[in-house]
Design a protein around this ligand. Structure first.
Ligand code: UDP
Length: 443
């Protein structure tokens, strides 16, 4: 605990994606949920939040009062549409200028802290920090070096330019927020971060929205068969998330005759990242495997529909090659649905292996087929995992995340103030030692 006061106002920077966008497709995913859920809760605690994000439509108003105490500021930086995330480094100067101008129009000392999300925002935050004289807290969300070390076959590696940019932000931020101890260790080993500046802040789920409920009702709302066994994938459809692995692994079980079970795979989300190069790839794979009739695709769903998706499912699968945390795993468990997940990154924290779900090592389809088969053959075990799942998910609330974030902001303010004081003292000492005295040195 620090003794510093609460920040009055935080500038939250989310360059490449807006918290107002529907997650589950394109660039909108867990980070959007994180930014929004923490912003509204910070505001409820009396900390005003202004979120800077790039305008992606001519209809984006410069400033939107998005929730009490939360303003979204749309910064014009490059064309509204048609820019890929990889094009955005070229727009960072324009974006930063927009952020600096917005602050210059306010009374001095408008913000107490900057919190940047993803490395592109960290680049903006780094400069704003120096200009405004306030600390920078940074959350990476994903790290290129980690992602590149676990690429799906044929997936495109993140460019070195991003790794360098991340490295710079790691070096400049006053505090680094890592989702898990695993991520903290990656920041240390791959980015040479300063251990004393890392805060592990676990993300959460909206435990009031995601609650257990009747599967039959949920299936009726979604138009799903009440008697089928349903395995579900929720998320952005791209190789990194490995929905293709799930399709390959479940296909033999769908085709299996004599199991006495009718199995359905539900896939919720839209193309994203390198998945945009072949947006129909997953549907093509399903068709080639001859299982189209047993696979349902749903477009990205808002959270009040997603809760029905989780409740309707017997099992939620998160087979990702790399995952800094995995909000979907927590949300599913909050609804009382067990999870089968790849044993990578934060999923080892999000899923309590053997108690609320199962972690699978590696991405060999046959291993996943076996793990799925074993689980689906034991409905009683699935029910038990589901019962434990809600209790496990309750450890991950956004309220808890915000408690920890506020501590991180206060640490940042305290260390920044100490640094600034020390710098002033040094400057005064140097001036006093300058021949002619302080007056001359100041000139
Ligand atoms: N999501 C959503 N609707 C969808 C699919 C996903 O709202 O149709 C949300 C989901 O609730 C979760 C986020 O998108 O909060 C995905 O986060 P996760 O950490 O699982 O993956 P990321 O997108 O960060 O890679």
């Amino acid at each position: 605990m620090t003794s510093s006061p609460l920040p009055r106002r935080v500038a939250l920077i989310s360059v490449h994606t807006s918290p107002l966008a529907q997650p589950g497709t394109g660039d909108a995913g867990g980070m959007n949920v994180y930014v929004w859920q923490t912003a509204i809760r910070l505001a409820r605690r009396g900390i005003e939040v202004e979120i800077f994000t790039r305008a992606t439509s001519s209809s984006d108003a410069p400033s939107v009062a998005a929730a009490p105490g939360v303003t979204v500021r749309h910064v014009i930086a490059g064309p509204f549409e048609g820019l890929d995330k990889r094009d955005l480094p070229a727009q960072l100067c324009a974006f930063t200028a927009g952020v600096l101008r917005a602050e210059a129009a306010q009374a001095p000392g408008h913000y107490d802290v900057i919190h940047s999300h993803y490395w592109l925002s960290g680049q903006v935050g780094w400069l704003a920090r120096d200009r405004w004289g306030v600390p920078l807290v940074h959350t990476a969300h994903t790290l290129a070096a980690v992602k590149n070390a676990a690429l799906a076959e044929g997936d495109t590696a993140e460019p070195q330019l991003r790794v360098i940019g991340e490295q710079q932000v790691v070096g400049e931020a006053d505090r680094l927020v890592a989702n898990t101890e695993t991520e903290a260790a990656e920041l240390l080993s791959m980015y040479d971060a300063d251990a004393d500046r890392i805060d592990v802040v676990t993300p959460g789920a909206d435990l009031e929205c995601y609650t257990p409920g009747s599967s039959a009702e949920a299936r009726s709302v979604l138009g799903l068969d009440p008697d089928e066994t349903i395995v579900t994938f929720v998320g952005r459809i791209q190789p990194l998330k490995a929905p293709d692995l799930l399709v390959a692994a479940i296909a033999p079980l769908i085709k299996e005759v004599g199991s006495g079970r009718k199995l359905r795979l539900l896939i919720v989300g839209g193309p994203s990242g390198s998945g945009l190069q072949r947006p129909t790839a997953l549907m093509d794979q399903v068709a080639e495997l001859g299982i189209s009739e047993s696979v349902t695709f749903l477009p990205p769903q808002p959270s009040d529909r997603l809760v029905q998706v989780y409740r309707a499912s017997d099992l939620v699968a998160v087979p990702s090659h790399s995952e800094s945390f995995g909000l979907v795993a927590i949300e599913a468990q909050a609804c009382g649905t067990p999870v089968i997940a790849a044993d990578v990154g934060g999923l080892g924290v999000a899923v309590d292996d053997g108690r609320t779900g199962v972690l699978v090592n590696g991405h060999v389809p046959g291993d996943w087929t076996n793990a799925l088969e074993k689980l689906l053959a034991q409905p009683d075990r699935l029910a038990e995992l589901g019962r434990n799942a809600r209790r496990h998910a309750e450890k991950f609330s956004w309220e808890h995340t915000v408690d920890q974030l506020i501590e991180s902001y206060r640490w940042a303010m305290e260390s920044f103030a100490a640094q600034t004081d020390a710098a002033h003292r040094d400057a005064e000492q140097a001036a006093a030692q300058t021949p002619g005295g302080p007056a001359r040195a100041r000139r």
